[in-house]
Write a protein that binds this ligand. Structure first.
Ligand code: UDP
Length: 338
């Protein structure tokens, strides 16, 4: 799954200590790769990789991709470079918008230059946020999006759009062989309970008996993809030998409202937590669902884990997380910035 050249693949994962990055690290190590994780630990967590302590094929470097890359990285040799380095939850990426924008623009530039110098294949994790608050539904890759360049989400949305622009310019100029995956809402074990996302908030609130927060009236929709399915799509895209495929959506096409999600979690956990309604954050997309036709055709990929299975696994994980935390730290710390 990670290429045809003999010998172990040497892989750099920027953001490899994050929720998604740590699952990618697991899968690449299991496939026999030598993995270097580069992470500034802004939202990534060492504990996401703790189960790999002592793994000889894994190296961790704490660094920020907006800075000059460390010698340990530039002096190495990589066959593949994955860029997953960016805070992705709205409250987290809005906490330092300047850094979020620069992570996507400057950080991606630094990694693209590294990929060019090493002749490495590069994969950018972009986002469904490039479609903004979409007027076209479901979202296909050729839809250009409806994004505010001045709103509170712009540091992330526009940052990712610029990161795509840079990546495709490097491709057009023949400087790098690159892939771009547009990730839709993803959930699963190792989400940060304090991330402020709807899945983590709602499950943690349900498990700890706190009020469940619905922003707006809960009629906005999302389509949630289990993390294992996402990783499978990412690996397939990186391994794909073909002409430049352009950006590829990877997500689960099963769409539901936030209210439906809350009902599913309430039924699953048997919680008696009340539901409270809070203001909808500015520029919160009304609906989102990927058209995954391209991923199906190009990668032979389809999500396999349905929402019920995925929520069960995620709830088990959060129940353990909450048990490990001090009693007063069980409530999600971050609310959406308005
Ligand atoms: N949301 C919610 N309650 C929460 C957190 C989020 O109702 O405690 C809403 C949020 O306003 C959005 C949806 O759930 O409409 C998904 O939010 P999330 O932050 O998970 O992802 P994104 O907005 O980036 O898709």
């Amino acid at each position: 799954m990670i290429g045809n050249k003999p010998g172990p693949k040497r892989v750099l994962i920027a953001g490899g200590a994050g929720f998604i990055g740590s699952h990618l690290t697991d899968r690449l190590l299991a496939a026999g790769a030598e993995v270097t994780v580069l992470d500034n630990l802004q939202t990534g967590r060492r504990e996401n990789l703790a189960h790999l302590d002592g793994a000889r094929e894994l190296r961790f470097i704490k660094a920020d991709i907006t800075d000059e890359l460390p010698r340990k990285v530039t002096g190495d040799r990589f066959d593949q470079i994955y860029n997953l380095a960016c805070a992705a939850s709205p409250p987290r990426y809005q906490a330092d918008p300047e850094h979020t924008l620069l992570t996507n623009v400057l950080g991606t530039r630094n990694l693209l230059r590294l990929a060019e110098a090493h002749g490495a294949r590069f994969l950018l994790t972009s986002t469904s946020e490039v479609y903004g608050d979409p007027e076209v539904h479901p979202q296909r890759e050729d839809y250009r999006g409806s994004v505010s360049c001045t709103g509170p989400r712009a540091c992330y949305d526009e940052g990712k759009r610029a990161a795509e622009t840079l990546t495709f310019d490097f491709v057009r100029l023949g400087r790098v062989d690159a892939r771009v995956v547009r990730i839709f809402n993803t959930y699963g074990p190792r989400m940060d309970p304090d991330d402020g996302r709807v899945v983590s908030n709602v499950i943690c609130q349900a498990l700890s008996g706190q009020p469940i927060t619905i922003y707006g009236d809960g009629s906005q929709t999302r389509s949630f993809c289990y993390v294992d399915d996402l990783i499978d799509g990412i690996l397939r895209l990186m391994a794909l030998e073909c002409d430049q495929p352009g950006p590829v959506n990877v997500g689960n096409a099963a769409e539901l409202t936030v209210r439906d999600l809350v009902e599913r979690v309430v039924a699953l956990t048997g919680t008696s937590s009340p539901v409270t309604y809070q203001p909808l954050p500015q520029d919160d997309p009304r609906r989102r669902r990927p058209d995954i036709g391209l991923a199906q055709r190009l990668l032979g990929w389809e999500p396999r884990v349905d929402l019920q299975q995925g929520l069960e696994a995620t709830t088990t994980y959060f129940a353990e997380e909450l048990r490990r935390r001090p009693p007063d730290a069980g409530e999600p710390a971050l609310a959406a910035a308005e």
